[in-house]
Design a protein around this ligand. Structure first.
Ligand SMILES: Nc1nc2c(ncn2[C@@H]2O[C@H](COP(=O)(O)OP(=O)(O)OP(=O)(O)O)[C@@H](O)[C@H]2O)c(=O)[nH]1
Ligand SMILES: [Mg+2]
Length: 444
């Protein structure tokens, strides 16, 4: 087993396993050349087993099973509930007793979901089909899209909430993977309500447009109607689910993908009743005085192609697109609106030089801040000192003025005394006055 690998740790090896050059005649290495990390090439000579990985994945998915949720949306009475039953009757449930001919299907009034666990060749599928009440019955249908968009978003919400839990081992995926949008078979073009609805839905769900009750239109009418619908969809920038094709696929798969894509929007006929054809077969279809429309006949309608797209060929693509693109976009928007932003510094590659520069700038800013603070404290102290000095200067000045006044007074008294002595008056009252003046001087 070890022989099957060419073990390599120090450099490139030739095909015979001898290191290129080194042990026989060491190649002179130029010191000027930068040291390059040798590329390790491993040659696989025998069977290792990883070619079996797809089988491992297959086994695991078969064991775990699959989960798929589809939704039907459209105006009232276009045959949404009937189509669900048609889908269920064919693949999900064994054929049931036919409905009594007189039975009326009641209107759908709330969003209901039907679950079924199906097993086909050992592969388990948990299929959920969500039936919605038809809209367009009200005088004002402006907001008829609201409950359906809210339902789709609440499923995203529930998934996000489960993802954020501590224990995520039991996540239930209730997200809508495909939405069949029913268009009234008018033969004209899309109505405003259809455009409004699809514009609200196309960023949240894989939209698959469907022409309802296709048995009411002729082949030519269907062809022209499909063209007009597609051009309307393109004009309003509505994104409908496009089946992806990959380069390395075989011709048969590519042809199948092309055929499915060419049928969009699927013109379908729904019926869960069995009728007898003129040639005696019992088929699911609709009986008219002039003939029988067979649901499962590709010549009559696109129901089989729709089922193929939904279940046989693109179920995984629909699931993947829902998870990777539609849910991801919604999640990003939701978290951003909640104020959760991705911290880009966490995932930034660290460049040591840039990091040092960043730290230096931060350090310098810190020093500058400290310096400014110190200067401020210093200036404050100087101001306080100056104010104190000014105050004591004023006090001194006042004292000086007082003393000067006292001296001035004493001088004038002495001069008065001198004048009296000179004029020969008695001295006694003057003595008293001198003593008093002395005391006054000392006090000042
Ligand atoms: N001609 C024709 N009639 C259909 C087709 N599918 C359903 N119908 C009939 O149309 C009527 C309404 O069908 P429903 O399946 O109840 O319609 P819906 O879209 O679920 O209606 P709401 O629940 O009110 O939204 C029934 O009488 C069906 O038999 C079809 O493909 N062609
Ligand atoms: Mg219904």
């Amino acid at each position: 087993m070890t022989d099957s690998f060419v073990s390599s740790r120090t450099g490139n090896y030739s095909s015979n396993g001898i290191p290129n050059g080194s042990s026989v005649s060491p190649a002179p290495t130029s010191p000027a050349l930068p040291a390059v990390t040798p590329i390790v090439r491993k040659k696989l000579m025998g069977y290792v087993g990883f070619a079996n990985l797809p089988n491992q994945v297959h086994r695991k998915s078969v064991r775990k099973g699959f989960q798929f949720t589809a939704m039907v949306v459209g105006e009232s009475g276009l045959g949404k509930s009937t189509l669900i039953n048609t889908l269920f009757n064919t693949t999900l449930y064994p054929p049931k007793e036919p409905f009594p001919p007189a039975s009326e299907r009641p209107k759908t009034v709330s969003i209901e979901s039907i679950d079924a666990d199906i097993d086909e060749s050992g592969v388990r599928l948990h299929l959920t089909v969500v039936d919605t009440p038809g809209f367009g019955d009200f005088v004002n249908n402006d907001e008829s899209w609201k409950p359906i968009v809210e339902n789709i978003e609440s499923r995203f919400d529930s998934y996000l909430e489960q993802e954020n839990r501590v224990n995520r081992s039991k996540i239930v995926d209730n997200r809508i993977h495909a939405c069949l949008y029913f268009i009234q078979p008018t033969g004209h073009s899309l109505k405003q309500i259809d455009i409004e609805f699809m514009r609200r839905l196309h960023t949240k769900v894989n939209l698959i447009p469907i022409i309802a009750k296709a048995d009411t239109l002729t082949d030519e009418e269907i062809f022209a109607f499909k063209e007009r619908i597609l051009s309307d969809i393109a004009y309003h920038n509505i994104h409908i689910f496009q089946a992806p094709t990959y380069e390395n696929e075989d011709e048969e798969t590519l042809a199948e993908a092309e055929e499915i894509a060419s049928k969009i929007p699927f013109a379908v006929v729904g019926s869960d009743k069995y009728v007898k054809t003129p040639d005696g077969r019992s088929v699911r279809g609709r009986e008219y005085p002039w003939g029988v429309v067979e649901v499962d006949n590709e010549e009559h309608c696109d129901f089989v192609k729709l089922r193929q797209m939904l279940i046989r060929t693109y179920m995984e693509e629909l699931r993947e697109y829902t998870n990777d693109v539609l849910y991801e976009n919604w999640r990003t928007e939701k978290l951003l609106s909640m104020g959760v932003a991705q911290d880009s510094t966490v995932f930034k590659e660290v460049n040591p030089a840039a990091r040092m520069q960043e730290e230096r700038v931060l350090h310098e800013a810190k020093l500058a801040k400290m310096e400014a603070e110190m200067r401020m404290v210093f200036e404050q102290k100087v101001q306080e000192k100056e104010a104190k000095l000014k105050q004591s200067e004023e006090e001194l000045y006042a004292r000086h003025r007082e003393m000067k006044e006292a001296l001035e007074k004493q001088r004038s008294e002495l001069e008065e005394k001198k004048r009296r002595i000179e004029s020969g008056r008695p001295l006694t009252p003057e003595k008293t006055s001198t003593n008093r003046k002395k005391t006054g001087f000392l006090r000042s």
